[in-house]
Design a binder for this molecule. Structure first.
Ligand code: ADP
Length: 475
C-alpha cells in the first residue's frame, strides 16, 4: 500500500494473490489492508489536506503534468501489467494507458480554470463574492475492468481541485493500482496527497471511507448494487457522492442506416474489453428488412475473432475476470436459448487446450432476443450481442428507454431529423450517433437514472470535487 508517501505492508502483515485471468496463474501478492490501514490513510490524507488545499492551481498542475509525462514514458510497462492482470489485448491496454494519462493532462489544465464570480448586490455597501473550494478528503473506490484509467479519472480532478485522496482499487487488479501509484510517487506528490489501500475484502476499507467524518466525498465506479449500498451509507454523513454504475445500452439500427457499416461498428464496441464495459451495447435493435445483411456481417466478423492471451498477435478477445463472471454470461445465454433465441456464433465457454485454464467465453451473437429473456434487462458484462428484431420505428424510443439504467446508447441513421429525435428522446447520459467511441478526457462521462450520479472528465469533472462558498462583504 502507499500511505503518507511510503510503500508499506498491511497492519496485520496479511497479503493476497493477484491472478492472471488468462491462465489462472498467480502473478504476485499484495498487501491485504483492513480498517486500521484505511484509518491510517485517512489520517494522512486529512493532514495533507491542510497544506495541499492552500497550494496554487499552478503548483498542483505541475505535479499533474509530471505524472502525465512519467505515465506516457512508462506506457509499455503499465500496459504489460494490465494485460497480465486484467487480460485485455496489448493494443487495448496501450490505449487505456493513453486514456488514463489524458486525464492527468486535462485536469492539469482545468486546475487553472476554476473560476469564482462576483454578484451585484441590491445594497450599495455590499459585495458578493463566490469562491470555489476543494471539498476535502476523497474516498475513491475503483473497478477492475479499466483498472488504470478509472484511477486517474478520479484522482486527477480531485488533486487538481486541491483535495487529497484515498484509493481502494478492485481486488482483482491491485498490481495495476500499484503501477499507477508508482507514477504518482515518482511525480513527487507531497506525502498524504494520494494514498492507496489494497484489500481482498472491500468491506472494512469501504466502511471507513463511507463512515469516517473526515472523508467528505465518495467517488465510486462499479456495479449499481454496490453503488446503491455505498450511497445510502454515505447519506448518513451527508457526504458528496459521484457514482458511475451499471448500464444496459441500446444499439439502434434505423431503417435508413447501412446495415453493414452498423454491424462493423457494433463488433468494435461490443467486444471491446470482452464486453466488460458499462457502456457496452446490451440490446441491439435491428429492423426486420435489414436482419439478413446485418447478421451476415456480424457472423463474418465475430467468427474470425481470436481469443487468447493479450500478448499474442491478432488476439481481440481476452478472458473474463473470473469464474463468477463466466457463470453469469452462461446463465444469460442458456436462459435466452431456452426461451427461443438462436445462437449465430459462440454460445459456450472456450475449452480448447491452452485456454481452458483461463476464463474464456466465445464471442457470441444471439438472434431473436425478446423482452422475456434475462439478457434483455440484466447487464451482461461479457462478449454476447443480443439482437432484437423490430418492425415499426415509432416504438423504438419507448423500447430503448424501458430500462432502469441510463448510461450509454448508440444510434445508426443517415437521417438528420431522426438523429436529433433520438439524441433528444433517449434517456441516457452518453449518446453515440453513428459513433461507437463517444468518450474522451475532454467529454463528460456519466449516467442518468440508476446508472449514476455526477460526471467524470470534461469541465464537469472537477466540479465534483469543489464546494461553493459565498462571501458577503459590507464595506
Ligand atoms: P463488479 O461487480 O463489476 O466487480 P463491484 O461493484 O463489486 O463491481 O466492484 C467495484 C468496486 O467496488 C471494487 O473496488 C470493489 O472492491 C468495491 N466494492 C465491492 N463491494 C464493496 C463494499 N461492500 N464496500 C466498498 N467497496 C466495495
Amino acid at each position: 500500500m502507499y500511505i503518507d508517501g511510503s510503500w508499506i505492508e498491511a497492519a496485520g502483515r496479511k497479503s493476497f494473490p493477484s491472478i492472471n485471468p488468462a491462465s489462472g496463474q498467480q502473478l504476485g501478492t499484495v498487501a491485504d489492508g483492513g480498517e486500521t490501514d484505511a484509518v491510517h490513510a485517512v489520517d494522512a490524507a486529512d493532514r495533507a489536506f491542510v497544506s495541499w488545499s492552500r497550494t496554487t492551481a499552478y503548483q498542483r498542475a505541475d505535479f499533474l503534468y509530471r505524472a502525465y509525462s512519467i505515465m506516457m514514458a512508462e506506457l509499455e510497462s503499465l500496459a504489460s501489467v494490465m494485460v497480465e492482470e486484467q487480460g485485455k489485448p496489448l493494443r487495448a491496454a496501450r490505449n487505456e494507458v493513453k486514456y488514463a494519462a489524458d486525464f492527468l493532462l486535462w485536469f492539469a489544465e482545468e486546475a487553472k480554470r476554476v473560476y469564482g464570480r462576483t454578484i451585484p448586490s441590491a445594497r450599495p455597501d455590499q459585495r458578493f463574492i463566490v469562491d470555489r473550494r476543494p471539498i476535502g478528503v476523497v474516498g475513491a473506490i475503483t473497478p477492475w475492468n479499466y483498472p488504470i484509467s478509472m484511477i486517474t479519472r478520479k484522482v486527477a480532478p480531485a488533486v487538481a481541485a486541491g483535495c487529497t485522496v484515498v484509493v481502494k482499487p478492485a481486488e482483482a487488479t491491485p498490481l495495476c493500482a500499484q503501477a499507477v501509484f508508482r507514477v504518482f510517487a515518482k511525480a513527487g506528490f507531497p506525502a498524504g496527497v494520494v494514498n492507496l489501500v489494497t484489500a481482498l475484502d472491500p468491506e472494512p476499507v469501504g466502511k471507513v471511507l463511507v463512515e469516517d467524518s473526515r472523508v467528505k466525498k465518495i467517488t465510486f465506479t462499479g456495479s449499481t448494487e454496490v453503488g446503491r449500498r455505498l450511497y445510502s451509507r454515505a447519506a448518513l454523513g451527508i457526504k458528496r457522492v459521484s457514482l458511475e454504475l451499471g448500464g444496459h445500452a441500446p444499439f439502434i439500427v434505423c431503417g435508413d442506416a447501412d446495415p453493414v457499416h452498423a454491424a462493423k461498428g457494433l463488433v468494435l464496441v461490443k467486444y471491446l474489453n470482452t464486453g466488460q464495459a458499462c457502456i457496452s451495447p446490451n440490446r441491439i435493435y435491428v429492423q426486420q428488412e435489414m436482419i439478413g445483411p446485418f447478421v451476415a456481417e456480424l457472423e463474418k466478423r465475430v467468427g474470425s475473432m481470436r481469443a487468447g492471451s493479450g500478448f499474442d498477435e491478432g488476439v481481440s478477445i481476452g478472458p473474463l475476470v473470473n469464474e463468477k463472471a463466466l457463470e453469469k454470461v452462461k446463465s444469460q445465454v442458456d436462459d435466452a436459448v431456452a426461451k427461443g433465441a438462436s445462437v449465430i456464433c459462440g454460445g459456450s465457454r472456450i475449452m480448447e487446450k491452452g485456454l481452458d485454464r483461463g476464463f474464456f467465453y466465445a464471442p457470441t451473437v444471439l438472434l431473436n432476443v425478446t423482452a422475456e429473456m434475462k439478457i434483455y434487462s440484466e447487464e451482461t458484462f461479457g462478449p454476447v450481442a443480443p439482437v432484437i428484431v423490430y418492425d415499426k420505428e415509432e416504438d423504438l424510443l419507448e423500447m430503448a428507454n424501458d430500462t432502469s439504467y441510463g448510461l450509454a446508447a448508440y444510434v445508426y441513421t443517415n437521417n438528420l431529423k431522426k438523429a436529433f429525435a433520438m439524441f433528444e428522446g433517449l434517456r441516457f447520459g452518453i449518446i453515440g450517433i453513428n459513433d461507437i467511441n463517444p468518450t474522451s478526457a475532454a467529454a463528460p462521462f456519466g449516467g442518468m437514472k440508476e446508472s449514476g450520479v455526477g460526471r467524470e472528465g470534461a469541465m464537469e469533472g472537477i466540479e465534483e470535487y469543489l464546494e461553493t462558498k459565498l462571501g458577503g462583504f459590507s464595506i
